[in-house]
Design a protein around this ligand. Sequence first.
Ligand code: CA
Ligand code: CA
Length: 103
Amino acid sequence: MGDNPPSSNLESAMQMLIKTFHKYSGKEGDKYTLSRGELKELLLEELGTYLGFRQACVLMYAVEKVMNDLDANNDGEVDFTEFIILMGALTVACNDFFLEGLN
Ligand SMILES: [Ca+2]
Ligand SMILES: [Ca+2]
């Protein structure tokens, strides 16, 4: 990766996931994991506009509910692997929504 310009949309999407994670993970506690507060801030700031207020509230509620499942190693923090699992699940939900729009 490094500082080279991204060669594809997918590569730049991967870089953005990594950069976004570290932008928020360093704010409090462990620099390499997201606390519950950091995770909420990340989701609100990065997805809030896209989702709109109502969906953002639903998402925050969902985060509270899934935090325990998401936190696979039970340390109360979301590491990068756990974050990617959440992003994967959210992307699947977006894809379902996208497919619905095609019908
Ligand atoms: Ca942190
Ligand atoms: Ca964890």
